[in-house]
Design a protein around this ligand. Structure first.
Ligand SMILES: [Zn+2]
Ligand SMILES: [Zn+2]
Length: 276
């Protein structure tokens, strides 16, 4: 099985299980590598922003322990599985300057970037935008922020771009606009050498929601294959049993499109791990 680069442990405060339990789960599934990406708390936002945006990330006091635990576990499992050290960061435009010195302090292999909130529409999780009758503006703003995250040069992987349609739904009328946004996103990722995450939850959503006017997840995957955007697999597991969920199906979906490897990282340097 290919590497799972999107996992959360008890360190982030809203997931269950220790690093060791996740590693054991990955080994029992036959994964060659597992990456840990607990949510960084929002220490990189301004005080005013922090007051408005609910912080569900890792307590700052736990950060040193998170990294030392990861490095010790990596060493003790070195003959059985490769462990990569990461963080998931909630991207807010303008946060780059404050974020940089924080991340430079730690022995990171990679950074996942995710967008859970669009400040232009209020400091709430994307699910709060469900009440908008016209989601076009939300889509336009979401993908604008996604491209800004890709272009800022700090991140290695764009996490779950599918979160927007899983959360507020895909437009029910025939419209090419969000498909064009996906095309622009994959082109930006290619240009910036940022990998796009192929997320188990996004895959499940598309299997369960058969859309009448084309499917965004598989469109995205096709575009990644067509223009050669590197992909990373992520379960977004919040408990050890969810590591590598749906990976056999995801691996076949990649292979069917001629994708022969996934992007893995060592100290920020991308390497291609061939699909077995
Ligand atoms: Zn989480
Ligand atoms: Zn996550």
């Amino acid at each position: 099985m290919p590497a799972d680069y999107h996992t959360h442990t008890a360190y982030c405060g809203h997931a269950r299980g220790s690093i060791g339990q996740y590693v054991e789960s990955a080994i029992s599934l036959g994964l060659r590598e597992i990456g840990f990406s607990d949510h960084l708390g929002r220490y990189y936002l301004t005080p005013a922003q922090r007051r408005r945006y609910l912080d569900w990330g890792m307590d700052e006091k736990k950060l040193n322990r998170y990294f030392s635990d990861l490095l010790e576990t990596k060493e003790s499992y070195r003959d059985r599985i490769n462990i990569s050290v990461g963080l998931e960061i909630d991207y807010v435009e303008g946060c780059e300057q404050m974020l940089k010195p924080i991340i430079e302090r730690y022995p990171l292999d990679y950074l996942l970037c995710s967008i859970h909130c669009l400040p232009r529409f209020g400091w709430k999780h994307l699910s709060a935008y469900l009440s908008y009758a016209d989601t076009t503006e939300i889509y336009t703003e979401y993908f604008r922020v996604v491209r800004s995250a890709i272009d800022c040069g700090l991140f290695h992987i764009l996490a779950h771009p599918d979160l927007i349609w899983r959360t507020i739904g895909w437009p029910t009328c025939e419209t090419s606009l969000p498909f064009q946004e996906i095309a622009d996103m994959t082109a930006a990722a290619k240009e910036a050498s940022v990998a796009i995450e192929i997320n188990s939850n996004g895959f499940r959503w598309s299997r369960e929601n058969r859309l009448a006017y084309g499917d965004p997840f598989f469109t995205m995957l096709d575009q990644c294959a067509n223009i050669g955007v590197r992909v990373s697999l992520g379960s977004d597991a919040h408990e050890p049993r969810d590591v590598g969920q749906l990976f056999p199906e995801l691996r076949s979906a990649l292979r069917q499109r001629g994708i022969t490897g996934t992007a893995c990282f060592t100290s920020g340097i991308m390497r291609n791990e061939p699909l077995a």
